[in-house]
Design a protein around this ligand. Structure first.
Ligand code: GDP
Length: 317
């Protein structure tokens, strides 16, 4: 991939796609092709084919997906499975048709079985039942992996798949119903601090364990894989360390400066008990993360405050 390579980043307005665009631009890649979902509906096969035929990108990063936290997944199963299947099938087939040289498909660690041993090794894919709260999304993502592998076998396409662990960072969705745990906790602690509330409610028991990867580290790993990986097996992207939701909530509370107590709401689902990826394959390729968790939360909280300020100014206008 040289500086002038034409690279299509699908999903550039999302958390990961946005970070990949920033990372590519920082490395001097300026021949990027980007389309918003209003400009190009990736669920529309004819539109996707026409777009690929017109643009003929050399490299594709498939970071477009319908995503959401535990509640959104559980509430909109049809949207999660249908939209993701359509996006993947349309983009991957169109990429083959125009001879895309390299494609990176982004999945998620929820493709692994609910009770798979931890840390999650890539070979645990399809070795047991999925976590029911997000199986719709997971089944679609597994289909995306299999599409890449099938296209490699049948057509010799250099299509690779990477599975980032739980991500966070600037650009995340801070909507309390739809977001993942990190942005939800940042927002809840921030608003509780402003209101002077005595407590913040954390969903579930606080006991599930999760690993968190800063989205800029994820983007760095994706660009690294584009340059250094060309094989069929999937590759995990993570930091190789996890903590409990309670520990995370304590850390967010400290960073935000909320001085009240955490209350755990057992009526909300815990989801999978633990999610930590085995990063032996990725680290073996020579990549390492560079942003520590606390530093990453501090930086994300600063970004959130800037957004709040922008929103505040807008609502005064
Ligand atoms: P998951 O990793 O796919 O389960 O997705 P989430 O990031 O949505 O949830 C991770 C864990 O954090 C689950 O155990 C949730 O119950 C817990 N959690 C605690 N408070 C919250 C919250 O305010 N929002 C979300 N989304 N999860 C929370």
């Amino acid at each position: 991939m040289n500086k002038g390579s034409k690279i299509y980043v699908a999903g550039h307005r999302g958390l990961v796609g946005g970070a990949i665009v920033r990372r590519l631009r920082a490395a001097g890649h300026d021949n990027l092709v980007l389309r918003t979902s209003a400009e190009l509906d990736l669920k529309d096969q004819a539109a996707v084919r026409a777009f690929f035929a017109a643009e003929r990108p050399e490299v594709v990063v498939l970071a477009a997906a319908r995503v959401g936290g535990i509640l959104a997944n559980d509430s909109y199963p049809a949207d999660f499975i249908y939209d993701n299947l359509m996006i993947e099938a349309n983009v991957i087939e169109a990429a083959r048709q125009v001879g895309v040289r390299k494609l990176l498909f982004l999945g998620s660690t929820c493709i692994y079985p609910k009770l798979a041993p931890q840390p999650l090794k890539e070979e645990y894919l399809l070795s047991g039942p999925l976590e029911p709260t997000n199986e719709w999304y997971a089944v679609a993502k597994i289909a995306g992996i299999k599409l890449c592998q099938a296209y490699r076998r049948q057509y010799g396409c250099d299509f690779i798949s990477a599975m980032p662990t739980n991500l966070y960072g600037p650009g995340d969705n801070f909507d309390l119903e739809k977001s993942h745990v990190m942005p939800a906790l940042i927002r809840k602690c921030h608003e509780a601090k402003l209101r002077g509330d005595r407590t913040v409610t954390v969903w579930g028991s606080g006991r599930p364990r999760r690993e968190f990867l800063h989205v800029d580290d994820c983007a760095d790993a994706c660009v690294y894989l584009l340059a250094h990986y060309d094989e069929e097996p999937i590759v995990n992207i993570g930091v190789g360390e996890d903590l409990t939701i309670r520990e995370l909530a304590e850390m967010v509370k400290e960073v935000v400066g909320f001085e009240g107590d955490l209350v755990f709401d057992a009526s909300k689902p815990d989801g999978t008990p633990r999610k930590l990826v085995d990063v032996t394959r990725l680290f073996g390729l020579g990549w390492r993360p560079s942003i520590g968790l606390r530093e990453g939360i501090e930086q994300t909280y600063r970004w959130f405050l800037e957004q709040e300020e922008v929103r505040g100014v807008r609502s005064e206008e």
